[in-house]
Design a protein around this ligand. Structure first.
Ligand SMILES: [Mn+2]
Length: 354
């Protein structure tokens, strides 16, 4: 039996990547399109069960249009069962649809849906079940068992915490997880595997890399699964050291030559290093220069201007006073002093400093 496992769709999410409004709106539609593509995949491959392991919606009170979209998709695929377990983002007002036979939901007690030999268990995390849920989980050893949960795996108990040790020897074949936005997997015990499907489409620069869903095949031998790339765009990040450049133009040219992402993708370029020229405006210059290389490029400047300290240390000014204070501190090496002064002067100039 084949199933799909996805999570963290975050319908209705504001796009966090500082995108201009038109691109943010486009990305919102692309998040929906990513869900549509996954359903198309299920239809084409005759897959009749989709596991949604939490955070289908981005907010506790999803907008009507996002709910209409999602429940519309469920309604228009009556041959597919959607097993929807809520996560930390969609816990309050996301189940508002009545009478959809193919929408299977969960609660704060274990619920199980059976498909022949395959049993799918799930429980939603709340304070009162955070410790007790493990003892209450009793899958049948002779069945193929899938368990759905939303949270962070580790060795802790708590809300949205999953204590992996307590799931050992529970006859679990496949633990379908949501909450972490990148695919990852590992062993529970000799029999079972845990898998985070990751999100379907990255949204911000904290969601780097290829995104998608998992195709799961339950056979006599247990669970076999494969990650399926699904995202329309990939979000990347590169760091470019511009220390060896002599002016803004040369620095931008160097950064541009390092771009390794596709035209459809999104990229953050972080500039680092120490340079001998003024860096004001370099972010905008580089963004302009690379605008056609990717769908969206944003530049973060962490490079600093090297200062000829001797030329300004006599200044009767806040700047001079600051430099003298740093220079007189014996707790720093010369290199550290140079760096502290560069960053400090940037801050004194009213610039953003990390
Ligand atoms: Mn979550």
């Amino acid at each position: 039996m084949k199933l799909l496992h996805c999570a963290d769709i975050h319908l209705g999410s504001k796009m966090e990547a500082k995108l201009p409004k038109d691109k943010a709106d486009e990305r919102k539609l692309e998040v929906r399109a990513a869900f549509d593509r996954m359903i198309d995949y299920a239809v084409k491959n005759g897959i009749s069960v989709v596991l949604l392991a939490g955070d289908v919606f981005d907010g506790d009170r999803p907008l009507k249009r996002d709910k209409d979209y999602f429940y519309g998709a469920v309604r228009s695929h009556p041959d597919i069962d959607f097993l929807y377990l809520r996560g930390n983002h969609d816990v309050l007002q996301s189940y508002t649809e009545q009478g959809l036979d193919n929408l299977k939901t969960f609660s704060d007690e274990w619920t199980v849906y059976e498909y022949g030999d395959v049993a799918v268990w799930g429980i939603e995390s709340v304070k009162s079940n955070a410790t007790a849920m493990y003892a209450a989980l009793k899958p049948d050893k002779t069945k193929k068992n899938i368990v759905m949960l939303h949270g962070q795996i580790g060795d802790a108990n708590g809300v949205y915490k999953i204590n992996l040790a307590k799931l050992r020897n529970k006859h679990i074949d496949y633990l379908a997880l949501g909450h972490l936005h990148t695919f990852s997997d590992g062993a529970i015990d000799e029999r079972g595997k845990y898998v985070y499907s990751g999100c379907l489409e990255g949204r911000g620069f904290d969601e780097l890399g290829v995104k998608g869903f998992v195709e799961l095949d339950i056979t006599e031998n247990g669970a076999e699964y494969v990650f399926k790339e699904n995202s329309q765009r990939v979000i990347n990040e590169i760091e470019v050291d511009i220390s060896d450049t002599d002016d803004i133009y040369a620095a931008c040219k160097k950064a541009k030559s390092k771009i390794a992402c596709g035209k459809k993708d999104m990229l953050r370029i972080t500039l680092v290093g120490d340079v001998g020229f003024e860096l004001d405006g370099i972010e905008r210059e580089l963004e302009k220069m690379t605008a056609r290389d990717c769908f969206f490029v944003t530049v973060k400047n962490n490079a600093v201007r090297k200062f000829d300290i001797n030329a300004v240390k006599g200044d009767i000014s806040l700047r001079g006073e600051y430099i003298r204070t740093v220079l007189e501190n014996d707790g720093y090496t010369d290199e550290q002093k140079q760096r502290i002064i560069s960053v400090g002067l940037k801050a004194l100039g009213g610039r953003e400093v990390e």
